[in-house]
Structure formats: C-alpha cells, structure tokens
Design a protein around this ligand. Sequence first.
Ligand code: 97T
Length: 242
Amino acid sequence: MRLDVVSIFPEYLAPLDLSLIGKARRDGLLGLHVHDLRDFTHDRHRTVDDTPYGGGAGMVMKPEPWGEALDHIAGQGDSRPTLIVPGPGGTPFTQAMARELAQQDWLVFACGRYEGIDERVYEHARSAYDVRVVSLGDYVLNGGEVAVLAIVEAVARLLPGVIGNAASLVEESHEDGLLEYPVYTKPAQWDGRAVPDVLLSGDHGRIARWRHEQRLTRTAARRPDLLHASATLRGDDLPGEL
Ligand SMILES: Oc1ccccc1-c1ccno1
C-alpha cells in the first residue's frame, strides 16, 4: 500500500516513523510520502489561505496549491487513488471503513486547516481520485493531521504482516460488533484484587464462554447501540435474556 499525506505541518506526521507503522515501512509493507502543501505555492510568503468569499470568520485554504499538489501526486502512479479528506462533516470512520480502506492499494490524505479547503478542490480532485470526506467523531479539531494519524494506524494494522500475531485482530472491539473482554496478567494478586478464578482454571471452554459473556455485558453497558445492531447478525441472546 502507498500512502501520501499533504499538510502544511508535515512534521505532524513524524509519529508514522515509529512502532508498528514505522516497522511496516522498513519492511516494505507500506510506502509513505509526506508532502508540504507550501511546496506547491509560488509567492514569496508561500501563501496557502485567504479570506472567505461571502464574508465570515477565519480563512479558507486556497485552491491553487491543493490543485497542484493533488495533480502532482496523482501523476506519480498509474492507478486511481482514494483521496481521504478528514472533516467534521464527513462520513463517520469505523472499523468497517478501516477494513475497506485496507483493501485499497493507494490512499492519499489531504489535511485541511483553518475553515477548510475551497470546495472546488474536491470537485477538481474527482477527475483523478475517488474522494471521501471522513469524520473521526462529532467534535472539532484544528486540522486533519491528527485524524490522518488515527486513520493510518487503524488501516495499516490490518495489512498482512503488520501485526505479528494476526489472531489478536479477531476479538478486538468493533471487529465483530462487540467490545473487547477485560484482560489480566501477573501478578495474580495486586492491590488486594484477584484475577477472576476462571482465568486461572485452565478450562479453555469455560474461559471462552466467560470472555464472550464479558463482551456482551460490557457492550450492553457501554455501547447498547452496537449490541442490538449486531446481535441479530450473530444470533446471540442479549444479556438479561440469557
Ligand atoms: O474538526 C476537523 C478539522 C479539520 C479536519 C478534520 C476535523 C475532524 C473532526 C472530526 N473528524 O475530523
């Protein structure tokens, strides 16, 4: 998978050199190209924003640098990339979307700032990209960089070979519509608190049943919206109906 990120703060993407994502890049599982939007300006001040037509507070990101940047990137490959523009008005980012994006071979991320990117950039980009506006959640950030870090991590960890033990991807929160079960490790006693006996029993069938019940109970308590949506898919009895 190839990833391109365009930002006025390219150093914001430095964490993608670390940990599993950094290793995936060194192992050749992932290619990352970070572009400074100001490299696509031509004035002395490397201007990327201007006042909004129609008035209003704040500044809008100018279309010219974005158009040049996206044309430059699209010209570097022979397939049609997916352009992801994080924004509060986008389609909610979910694990299902992460799985879908992990199937793509080329993702390009546009990090907006200020009051946003001139709308004509989205229209221009559609000639060379599949354009998707994606939201991390119902809150406001100062720019798209933080959202890109989250999306890249969620997607890249699904690529074959990135996570050493693929089994650990199975019973994760949201992977099958349930939240994850509680986890424990040594010591067996800590702070006057014991590890649940079932986990020390060695009875793997009983442990699996306990963990599944914990997942159902936790999801019912914290995310009932998920439980009802997926219970029909799994045919589970809902807690309280057991
Ligand atoms: O609030 C934002 C501003 C810029 C780019 C993205 C966002 C955002 C907020 C929630 N998800 O994305």
